[in-house]
Write a protein that binds this ligand. Structure first.
Ligand code: AMP
Length: 210
């Protein structure tokens, strides 16, 4: 089984959902820089104050802040822990820094057409506590506005509004898309079609991880 996994794919491609499922079913530790940053914003931490403006506009938070954050998290992992990096790296500089810390053995790229991403993101509702995500049409919570898993009130992320979503996709194309070639050259890239039924996608994801 692969042990150090990077999840690649544009915003809305399902990295959070698939990463969470892998973590639940197979025991991986999921490290999501987006979740860590949102938590820092909620807690009024210094990192959150520095990051908020970038996040709200859909821009990337500067590499040095993110790299320091991840180095700190990686240093707390028990040796041999299976890890999934979700939303990190997003630039070649971050990928180089990660490679210096840890040997990645799989880069799993979720491929979803652009036209579907906007619909997924603007209708996404998220749980601030357990990070479960729902969709207003395709994956409704059992009770409107309430997380199925932990019962917390769902919210719409500030950056899931129309204007910011387009910018995030642009930022992805410019900064993060090159990582597909980056990991392909290392011989560890697997691309999975990220459209269709969630369980079918997860079956393909599990196959790639084994
Ligand atoms: P996400 O939840 O992964 O979509 O991330 C939400 C926002 O957090 C992004 O739009 C960026 O502003 C910021 N962010 C998360 N991860 C990174 C990263 N690896 N590098 C730079 N900015 C990040």
């Amino acid at each position: 089984m692969k042990s150090k996994i990077v999840l690649l794919g544009p915003p809305g491609s399902g990295k959070g959902t698939q990463g969470e499922k892998l973590s639940e079913e197979m025991g991986y530790v999921r490290l999501s820089t987006g979740d860590m940053l949102r938590e820092a914003v909620r807690n009024g931490a210094e990192l959150g104050m520095k990051a908020k403006g970038y996040m709200d506009s859909g821009a990337l938070v500067p590499n040095d802040l993110i790299i320091d954050l991840m180095k700190e998290k990686i240093s707390t992992l028990e040796p041999g822990t299976g890890v999934i990096f979700d939303g990190f790296p997003r630039t070649v500089e971050q990928a180089d820094a990660l490679g210096e810390q840890i040997e990645i053995d799989l880069a799993l790229n979720l491929d979803v057409a652009d036209c579907e991403l906007v619909e997924r993101l603007t209708k996404r509702r998220s749980c601030p506590e357990c990070h479960c995500v729902f969709h207003l049409t395709h994956n409704k919570p059992r009770q409107e506005g309430v997380c199925d898993k932990c019962g917390s009130p769902l919210y719409q992320r500030d950056d899931d509004c129309d204007e910011t979503v387009c910018n995030r996709l642009e930022v992805y194309r410019k900064n993060t898309l090159p990582l597909i070639d980056y990991y392909e050259r290392k011989g560890i890239l697997v691309t999975v079609e990220g459209t269709g039924k969630m369980d079918e996608i997860f079956a393909k994801v599990k196959e790639a991880v084994r």
